[in-house]
Design a protein around this ligand. Structure first.
Ligand SMILES: [Zn+2]
Length: 103
């Protein structure tokens, strides 16, 4: 006879990944007066434009790209996007692209 222990319990996800939505955001590098910025022209969540600090002019802005950062969507957009997962936090990985005006 089988015992009642045949179900498999999946391992719990790491705490850091709980309710975290991560997408890829194409961003162009822009030079401010004192620092670089990664400009996400079309946010993968809300479609809006967000800019992200990318370090001082004499630094390496690419060090600020390629990893997940918190999306800067408005509170209204967050509520709409996260309707089904209200506690989710919105993140995206900044993916550098060439400025479109150079095409
Ligand atoms: Zn957004």
């Amino acid at each position: 006879m089988h015992t009642a222990t045949e179900h498999v319990t999946p391992p719990p996800p790491p705490a850091a990944s709980l309710n975290r939505l991560v997408r890829v955001a194409r961003a162009t590098l822009e030079r401010g007066r004192f620092s670089w910025f990664w400009v996400v022209e079309t946010c993968p969540f809300c479609g809006d434009t967000h800019d992200h600090y990318a370090g001082p002019i004499d630094g390496n802005p690419y060090a600020y790209a390629g990893h997940a950062v918190a999306a800067r969507c408005s509170r209204t957009d967050r509520r709409r996007i996260a309707l089904h997962t209200p506690t989710a936090s919105l993140w995206y990985v900044i993916e550098p692209v060439a400025p479109s005006r150079d095409n």
